[in-house]
Design a protein around this ligand. Structure first.
Ligand code: KG4
Ligand code: ZN
Length: 341
């Protein structure tokens, strides 16, 4: 089974070729960040138009880089949701059309299932069952993964996603969009003792998150202080510490609740070094292990879609020829294949 994966759910156009026997053969990506940066956020119509311009070119690149020709491809996977409707439709239309033209099955993949399985692309991959912390610009989820396709959402953000809180705070600090990585870099120069930000919802039972209060706290702190370079760094540092500690506390709770010893972290915020360090520390203390994808597969990419699609195709899943996308789609709605991949 050799699968061409297409990701167009938001502001990255990405294509990859994954082979069930040989692993990842190629991946190509075009980021639209520069297009959206001047608007301070993703403009859906611009995103869709850019995907239209870039996807075919990236398909050609991924095919060439993997030394594949059309007859080598035995399946197509595209992101069917969640995401921006127009953007998703570009990948779905191209994926279904190519599947029809090449006479191979084309299936829609859940974007968050892709993120969750991204660590499987690494040489040292986790074994099921595990807890997955999915932290991106649009989602903050704790998921109990019993096996491939079986996802129980244990907790999620009741308001802003953690990446969104990073981005909004970064914007207030004048760091541009999306500013999560820039905020993390600035935080390195900060004094962790100068400000103390609240750890939202840690005193409440359960595994849900809330990040909008933390962002408001950051906005008020920024408003109350003259923004010299050191103060900006100190605020970035306090924000990051609070966000990371909140995530670590909830991961710990999820592990205690389920008795599991394996943690998987994925999504753009999974690239955050302080989060990685603290989770490594936690898992060492717990006698377990934490798995991350490499940095470029933390953020949106085609490799995770090709991999997830390949597992579903191997498990016997087949789509029909309808071009359907699901801008809102819970992981728990996914069908767990009867036959393991
Ligand atoms: O998974 P992703 O590429 O896109 C979504 O599906 O949302 O995640 C992007 C998010 C953005 O909010 C970005 O600011 C954040 O991940 N991010 C980071 C870091 N690198 C990316 N947040 C904190 N620290 C980082 N190093
Ligand atoms: Zn994503």
């Amino acid at each position: 089974m050799r699968v061409l994966g297409i990701e167009t759910s938001c502001d990255e156009t990405a294509v990859a070729v994954y082979d069930a026997k040989q692993g990842l053969l190629s991946h190509a990506l075009y980021s639209q960040i520069a297009t959206h940066a001047e608007y301070g956020g993703v403009v859906p119509e611009l995103a869709s138009r850019d995907h239209v311009c870039k996807t075919i070119r990236l398909v050609e690149q991924a095919m060439a880089d993997s030394c594949s020709i059309a007859k080598d491809i035995t399946g197509i996977a595209y992101t069917a949701g969640p995401g921006l409707a127009g953007a998703l439709l570009v990948g779905a239309t191209i994926g279904q059309s190519m599947g029809f033209a090449w006479g191979v099955p084309a299936i829609g993949v859940h974007h968050m299932e892709g993120h969750l399985l991204a660590p499987m692309l690494e040489t040292c991959a986790p074994a099921y069952p595990f807890i997955a912390l999915l932290v991106s610009g649009g989602h903050t989820l704790l998921v109990n993964v019993a096996r491939f396709g079986s996802y129980e959402v244990l907790g999620e953000s009741v308001d802003d996603a953690v990446g969104e809180a990073f981005d909004k705070t970064a914007k207030l600090l004048g760091l541009g969009y999306p500013g999560g990585a820039a905020l993390a870099a600035l935080a390195q120069k900060g004094d962790p003792k100068r400000f103390h930000f609240p750890r939202p919802m840690i005193n409440r039972a359960g595994l849900d998150f809330s990040f909008s209060g933390l962002k408001t706290f950051a906005a008020n702190t920024i408003g109350d202080h003259p923004l010299d370079e050191q103060t900006r760094a100190d605020i970035a540092c306090a924000f990051q510490e609070a966000a990371v500690e909140t995530l670590v506390i909830k991961c710990h709770r999820a592990l205690q609740l389920t008795g599991l010893k394996t943690l998987v972290v994925a999504g753009g915020v999974g690239a955050n070094l302080v989060l990685r360090e603290q989770l490594q520390h936690l898992m060492k203390a717990e006698g377990g292990a934490v798995y991350f994808p490499r940095n470029e597969f933390c953020t949106d990419n085609g490799a995770m879609i090709a991999y997830a699609g390949c597992q579903r195709l191997l498990a016997g899943e087949r789509g029909d020829l309808t071009i359907k996308v699901f801008p809102r789609w819970s992981l728990e709605e996914l069908i767990c294949p009867a036959k393991p991949a």
